[in-house]
Write a protein that binds this ligand. Structure first.
Ligand code: SAM
Length: 230
C-alpha cells in the first residue's frame, strides 16, 4: 500500500515514521508513506496557502489551488482521497478494515479554520476521528495511517488484531503479566491454571461483561450481528 499525506507541517511526522511498527512496516516494504508539503504548490509570494474567509469571520481558510494541485500531483485511478475534518463520517475500526483494501490512500490535513468548501469536491471520503476539534489534520492522519498499516498483511500477526477491541463488536479482555502478585493485586487464578479451554471461556466472559458495562452501543451491535448470522 502507498499512503500520501498532504500537510503544511511535514516535521510533525518525523517521530511517527521512524519508530516502532510503522518504521518496521516501511523498512519491510509493507507500506510506502510520503509526506507532501502543499506549500510547494502555492503560486503566491511567500508560499501562502490560506486567506481570510469571504463574508468575514475568524481565522484563515485553506485555498483551493495548492490543496487541489497537491492532490492531483499524486492521484491515480487506484487512489482514495480522504479529507480529515470534524464534520466527516466517524472513523472506526470498520473503516480501517475497509481502507486496508485500497492500493493508495491520499490523506489531506486541514489547518486553521479549515478548507475552502470547494476542496470537498476533490475528496472521495471525509473522516472525523471524534467529536472534538484539533488544530490540524496531522494527528487524525497519523491515527488513520497507524490503524490501517497495523492491519496490512505481515505487519503484525492476524491473531493479534483479530482479538483486539471492536474486531468482533466486543472490547478486548483484561491482560496481565509478571509478577503474579503486585501489592494487594493478584492475577486471576484461571490465567495461571494452564487450562486453555477455561482461559478461553474466562476471556470471552470478561469481554462480554466489559462491553455490556462500558459500551452498551457495541453490545447492541454484537447482538444484532449474532442475530443476522443466524
Ligand atoms: C480547527 S480544525 C477546523 C474546524 C472547522 N472550522 C470545523 O469546525 O469544522 C482544522 C483542521 O483540523 C483537522 N481536524 C480537527 N478536528 C478533527 C477531527 N475531529 N477529525 C478529523 N480532523 C480534524 C481538520 O483537518 C480541520 O480542517
Amino acid at each position: 500500500m502507498k499512503i500520501d499525506i498532504l500537510t503544511l507541517f511535514p516535521n510533525m511526522f518525523e517521530g511517527f515514521l521512524t519508530e516502532s511498527i510503522i518504521k518496521r512496516a516501511i523498512n519491510t516494504k509493507k507500506v510506502e508513506i510520503n509526506i507532501i508539503d502543499f506549500r510547494k504548490f502555492s503560486h503566491l509570494k511567500h508560499h501562502q496557502v490560506d486567506d481570510t474567509p469571504y463574508g468575514g469571520g475568524a481565522g484563515m481558510v485553506l485555498m483551493c489551488e495548492p490543496v487541489v494541485e497537491a492532490i492531483e500531483s499524486v492521484k491515480t485511478e487506484d487512489s482514495l482521497v480522504i479529507l480529515t475534518t470534524p464534520q466527516g463520517e466517524k472513523y472506526t475500526e470498520k473503516t480501517a478494515l475497509e481502507l486496508k483494501k485500497y492500493k493508495h490512500l491520499i490523506i489531506v490535513c486541514g489547518h486553521y479554520e479549515g478548507y475552502d468548501e470547494r476542496i470537498r469536491e476533490f475528496a472521495d471520503l471525509e473522516l472525523s476521528i471524534g467529536d472534538f476539534v484539533l488544530t490540524g489534520g496531522e494527528i487524525p492522519a497519523m491515527a488513520i495511517t497507524d490503524s490501517v498499516v497495523r492491519l496490512l498483511d505481515g505487519v503484525i500477526t492476524e491473531e493479534s488484531y483479530k482479538e483486539d477491541s471492536f474486531s468482533n463488536y466486543l472490547l478486548d479482555f483484561p491482560t496481565y503479566t509478571k509478577p503474579a502478585s503486585f501489592r494487594e493485586l493478584s492475577v486471576p487464578e484461571v490465567l495461571l491454571s494452564g487450562d486453555h479451554q477455561k482461559i478461553k471461556e474466562y476471556r470471552l466472559n470478561e469481554q462480554i461483561k466489559r462491553t455490556q458495562l462500558r459500551r452498551p452501543d457495541l453490545w447492541e451491535a454484537y447482538n444484532a450481528n449474532k442475530k443476522s448470522e443466524k
